[in-house]
Design a binder for this molecule. Sequence first.
Ligand code: ATP
Ligand code: MG
Length: 426
Amino acid sequence: MAQKNIQAIRGMNDILPGQTQVWRYLEDQVKAVLDGHGYQEIRMPMVEETRLFKRSIGEVTDIVEKEMYTFDDRNGDSLTLRPEGTASCVRACDEHQLIANNARQRLWYMGPMFRYERPQKGRYRQFHQIGVETFGMAGPDIDAELIVMTHLLWQRLNIRDKVTLQLNTLGSNEARANYKAALVEYLSARKDELDEDSQRRLESNPLRILDSKNEQTQNLLNDAPDFFDYLDEESAEHFTQLRALLDAVGVEYEINPRLVRGLDYYSKTVFEWVTTELGAQGTVCAGGRYDGLVEQLGGKATPAVGFAMGIERLILMLEALNVIPEAVHNYLDVYLVAVGDVTSGAMQVAAQLREQLPNLRLQMHMGGGNFKKQMKKANESGAQFALILGEDEVANGQAGIKPLRDQSEQVSIAQTDLAAWFNQAL
Ligand code: ATP
Ligand code: MG
């Protein structure tokens, strides 16, 4: 029996030509916004010691309990494919003294993350995030900057009306602990009415019950203690100021007291940008403040706040909303048609043009063939112009240019004028 060919791992996707154009478009938009605010890129390894994630994300979170790709390397060390970037970023910053002496940092990174989840639309086992982390700034101004930056990005991507900002504060560790106790007391008395997952979380991670998707559990929570009654004064003030800043710059938000986020390290501000365009996987960007994490990982106490966005989900959204500019899919300006015994002459013309116009996207036809066949390829390529070189042209230092996107006539010009001509036309 024929063996089935090897396929990609379930939940890990190839990103194919055509799709990569869209990825680059999105990445370029994000980078432009980040560059515009003075954020610098950092690149971390994809594999870290397992204990880095256990210590930061938290032992009883979904990620650490059941979603990590953990393995022993040949040395017997327990390593993990990173499920997120914040922990690695903090490790790197501490290791290289980027945040020593209260130094401020505004950083970003991009790359694959790995979580053993049930693959479905918008949820994969290898997915990609663009993450942004800031260190050394304790006030609500930087929280606001991060949110305003994402808001600007949505505007540039033409999806601003399709995402809503959900905002909450988790207060100080102490406030959270007090609230946790009150919530556990309330829910313990009604344990039988909770869904199975929430019953388990009552022991392990009770705050996570707040964002349970179970309707009966949500109903039960309507009369639960209100976190805002437990909020410490400093966090309350921070939250008020953040809201005032967002109001002042015109970023709308919804306060969602049930927004707690899946990771243990958050405190004070948490936020999510959500959309109704993607079904259950509606969060496209999520983040918050994690003032305790650096210290928790062995560094000096350092205020920090950041977010991460899911690239696949954003792309699904851009596609669903049909807001990807047409030009994103064009990868060629010029298709060089070389008919007859002209290969070396055509290659020289191409080399000359590339030198004069470094950004020109020119592809030369390879493998010969008659004029008609090569023009067919030129048309299929999506290029804007065919540059035509036959034996006569090469002999006379001339070239033909045929516009491919409209019915304009072919023109004939001197090869020495090509660069100027394309510079003008493209
Ligand atoms: P969710 O509640 O959807 O599982 P999360 O709270 O686990 O998300 P974060 O760890 O905050 O997500 O990651 C930030 C963003 O990364 C998410 O908002 C989402 O856009 C994206 N993301 C997270 N997990 C996945 C995944 N398995 N596949 C695709 N994108 C993901
Ligand atoms: Mg998750």
